[in-house]
Design a binder for this molecule. Sequence first.
Ligand code: MEV
Length: 424
Amino acid sequence: MAAQSRIPGFRDESPSGRRALAAECAGVPSDALEAWESGGLGLEQADHMIENVVGTFGMPIGVATNFTVNGSDVLVPMVTEEPSVVAAASNAARIARERGGFRTSSSAPIMQAQVQVLDVADPDGARVRLLEAAEELILLANDQDPKLVSLGGGALDLKVRTVEGRNDRYVVVHLVVDVRDAMGANAVNTMAEAVADRVGQIAGGRVLLRILTNKADMRLARARAVFSAEALGGAEVVGDLVHAAKLAEIDPYRAATHNKGIMNGVTAVVLATGNDTRAVEAGAHSHAVGARGQYTALSHFEVDRDGDLVGTLELPMPVGLVGGATTVHAAAQAAVRMLGVGSASGLAEIITAVGLAQNFAALRALATEGIQRGHMSLHARNIAISVGATAEEIPEVVGRLIADRAIRTDRAEQVLADIRSSGS
Ligand code: MEV
């Protein structure tokens, strides 16, 4: 069954009811998402993952609804501690789907490793000697990972830069590697270490660093969506959203917050799928430094000929489906199953669509009613649930907490008691 991401009434279900519905709508067996019940990570397994383990650390996982990516519905797993994020992504996706949802694309899954060479007498000569030896070095790199090569990946190219500091000039070799469905850090680091001695010999210098670059600017994913002016409340709101986005393009103080909003969505899916959040964040923020060296917005918003708002986002997306926590963590495996993705690029593209949705939702809130109102109603809803309000009682409790501007547990208990005693 093709996935169905419009699920009316989803949020009114219990967590187990939502899991059952999500499994049904994603077309996976009902037990495929069960790992989320307990968190999916036993103590013994955790003890093998990192050092000095003392326990595990729980976080909520939610499912964002309404997403359509390249014409197919997809349910999106999101791990975050921040209220409003999942609801905001779902709302944005609902508006985007009116105009066909998100369109995405991506480059080949190419990562790069750097090998730094010191004390080179003739850096320009060394650069050209290394390029002459490119084929030999690429073969040496590929000897490290025949499996990757058999899958159609492996080292493809070699680039050599000279990087100048105040007193030093380094020769820096970049190994350009197609890592297929892996995040690729292990593959490229192994290759960099393997070629290091030979690189040092050819350059006539001493090799120091041999490590991937997280500025993964050859592994880009893009998303685009149209948000109808009508759904946004008219041309004025569209214009204000464009102004809001524009400030992030020209002012680094705003850009940091704007991009943080994008990463609210991105990081939540990266984490849910067991991928390396820091690698994606480092890639995103380094990509946000524009050609003139100024930190700027990762996304852009403009008005199309119909007066609708067009949002676009492009950023490095080094995520994988094989290796690391994605392979061993049952909750991450459940996330990948629900997403129904078959390749790292497919996953990267969905994550980028979620980043764009999140960004749009934040801009919309900021350019209209402000961010606090939405936050407050979700907060009030959580408080209402925590004091035992039923699905029928929640709207009334939430409404009164907001009207009283007293979103507190003691007030919620009082309100609930009043509702019950008056039978309203
Ligand atoms: C809050 O987590 C994210 C926002 O600040 C993003 C933004 O300002 O665009 C709302």
